[in-house]
Design a protein around this ligand. Sequence first.
Ligand code: FE2
Length: 260
Amino acid sequence: MFNFLKPKPKTARPTFAPLGIDIHCHLLPSVDDGSKSNEESIACLRIMHEAGFNKVICTPHYQYPRFPNEESDIQQRFADMKLDLASQGVSSVIPELAGVAGEYRVDTGFTDRMATNKFLLVGGHYLLAEFSLHQQVMGLDEILFELQMKNYEVILAHPERYPYYSSSSSKLQHFKDMSIYFQINILSLQGFYGEGPRRKAYEMIEKGWVEFLGTDMHNTLYAQALIDASHDHKIIKLLDTHKFLNSQVFSANAGEATKI
Ligand SMILES: [Fe+2]
């Protein structure tokens, strides 16, 4: 009888429509620490659609030995997920599942993988790489240089989240000098990971160092935070005033055009 008095659940506003494509999420079920089921993925994807995304690229973790994913298995699971979601008739209320790639942890397994060149690339073009949150990678410059010699365009995932880069920007500046692309997590801007990453994320954007934004969506907790982010006035203004390259990731010449 008094249902009209209940507050309506908050929905997202389409703040992120200018990005179009989310290039970083963990919504391929049960392959890493992200979504556990297609139902959970659909719940997240519905909110991402409300928030303005029309395409997503799934980027499961490749991390040795925790997530020893293999490309062929991941591609098959992605195809299965697409079929299942299509059969559920939700296509009009979720973003298109536009591609599957990987978020590659630069670790022992990564250097072994480099020898085989078996990478699933974002938009068929960019290698999304992440580092440990706890310790710096030894021999990193050599690894990045070797990747570039092999013509990989490297995107560093969430540089604002590495605590060992928080007090100084000299190493991050060094990566920019090496033409490494940066992808900031939208939820960092919202404060999801704390004040340090939030401040660092804005600092890097103001310096013009950030080419991409991503949700790094894992589950419905992240999706709820994305709703909050979509209503955050500072983030709304940022999307109005800054141009990011998400919508260009499928362009064959995107890397050439954007190299700095
Ligand atoms: Fe991630």
